[in-house]
Design a protein around this ligand. Structure first.
Ligand SMILES: [Zn+2]
Length: 199
């Protein structure tokens, strides 16, 4: 457990961010003892892919999606997944899993010399589609959330799912503007994947 810095209580109730809409997912487990939560993993998702504004993602993360509602859902039928956070196209922020717990977003993965990134990362999904741009308010939401996370956890790395599971995952993809995120956060270059620093 990380020692909370002064002011953190204003932002956090345990591992729940006070400024997110809370919707509890059953898809989580315990982190390994002594897990050093130092990584944020960014993802993109929309269901069906490319259609925005519905509640299908919230339903997926709470195991209440109607698998028969769209042909695409057959490909993910029965999937039990979650992320800690979800940022809608309008900037609305949802939280599904206590940050103290292990959410199910990364799958087989490795970063900063450690495997199974679900063990010691925070997962954030952005409503979007790989290759397509994201909304300004989504970057603003990240620019509020990531520093709040850094007050509570010793964040040292921010990466995309595509970086921690190369070849297997492509999200958030080329439409995600890493330079805009870096500009808003003003965090050290060393916290970001080398691949994104040149852009
Ligand atoms: Zn992903």
């Amino acid at each position: 457990m990380t020692e909370a810095s002064p002011g953190a209580d204003a932002l956090w109730q345990g591992g729940w961010y006070r400024f997110a809409r809370r919707l509890d997912s059953p898809n989580f487990g315990a982190r390994p003892a002594g897990a050093q939560i130092d990584l944020v993993v960014l993802h993109s998702i929309s269901l069906p892919p490319g259609r925005y504004g519905g509640d299908e993602v919230e339903r997926l993360f709470t195991n209440s999606l109607d698998w028969d509602a769209h042909p695409y859902f057959q490909q993910i039928r029965g999937m039990e997944v979650s992320a800690h956070f979800y940022v809608r196209r309008d900037g609305t922020l949802w939280q599904f899993v206590d940050c103290e717990a292990r959410a199910w977003h990364a799958g087989a993965s490795a970063w900063r010399g450690r495997e199974n990134c679900n063990d010691d990362s925070i997962g954030i999904e952005l409503e979007g589609l790989e290759g397509q741009p994201f909304e300004a308010v989504q970057y603003e939401a990240l620019a509020g959330l990531l520093p709040a996370l850094a007050q509570r956890y010793p964040l040292a790395h921010v990466a995309g799912h595509e970086h921690i599971a190369p070849g297997r995952k492509q999200d958030p993809g080329a439409g995600f503007d890493w330079s805009e995120l870096r500009r808003q956060l003003a965090w050290p270059d060393a916290m970001f994947p080398a691949h994104v620093l040149a852009h």
